[in-house]
Design a protein. Structure first.
Length: 224
């Protein structure tokens, strides 16, 4: 009895392996990575449940009677159990055959994860991402108040110190601005005009002070 059940289990595993090998090339790597292990676990649980139902429905029991007693009755029970197990396995084999035919049609549908050329043509290209809004919210120039003056060091290979300042813009945002030219007279609470324009060797500094406007004086020419 148990030898026959083991042979049937091997046959079922062999058919499942054949189906898996046949359709392994149809499944994309993304689908396998996302749904592979859950499908394997579900299939294992399903097989265990089916075999548990078959074994319990056939009424298999352990006969621990001594050898030589009731041998004819044990042989008759064993033969009847084999026949009932064969009758129970017929629907299971037909179900496996139907599942193989179904997977042949369903695997291309499940493995198709990318859009077709017709879908791409009808849908069009994806919309571009909106540009990130800076501290000025798209305005060309804004008035600002100096909070603190500082010195920033540029990226390599440049080494000269850059005069910068932390300001509070008229829209409430705080930002670091670059002060162009040699020397400046800016202090805390001074009012300046700020415009867009990042400094190449100063990461994070994307605004520049306008010289000669409000409290920021022009660049003093050197005396010859």
């Amino acid at each position: 009895m148990f030898r026959f059940a083991k042979a049937a289990l091997n046959l079922t595993g062999q058919s499942a392996r054949q189906v898996a090998v046949r359709h392994a090339s149809d499944v994309s790597p993304e689908f396998h990575a996302k749904y592979g292990y859950p499908l394997i676990a579900a299939g294992t649980v399903f097989c265990i449940a089916v075999w548990g139902y078959v074994l319990t429905s056939t009424g298999i029991t352990w006969n621990l009677s001594p050898v030589g007693k009731n041998n004819t009755k044990f042989a008759e029970d064993k033969k009847s159990t084999k026949m009932s197990l064969l009758g129970k396995l017929k629907p299971l084999v037909s179900f496996l055959q139907v599942s193989q035919s179904v997977t042949q049609w369903s695997s291309p549908i499940l493995s198709r994860t990318m859009a077709t050329l017709n879908q791409m043509h009808r849908q069009g290209k994806p919309p571009p991402r909106p540009p990130k809004v800076g501290a000025t919210f798209g305005r060309p120039q804004l008035k600002a108040v100096i909070l603190k003056t500082m010195i920033r060091k540029p990226k390599k290979p440049n080494s000269a110190n850059r005069k910068c300042a932390r300001v509070r813009l008229s829209n409430g945002k705080e930002a670091v601005v670059f002060i162009p030219g040699e020397g400046h007279n800016l202090q805390e609470h001074n009012v300046v005009l700020v415009q867009g324009g990042k400094t190449q060797d100063l990461p994070g500094v994307k605004l520049t002070v306008v010289r000669g406007k409000y409290d920021c004086a022009h660049v003093v020419k050197k005396k010859q």
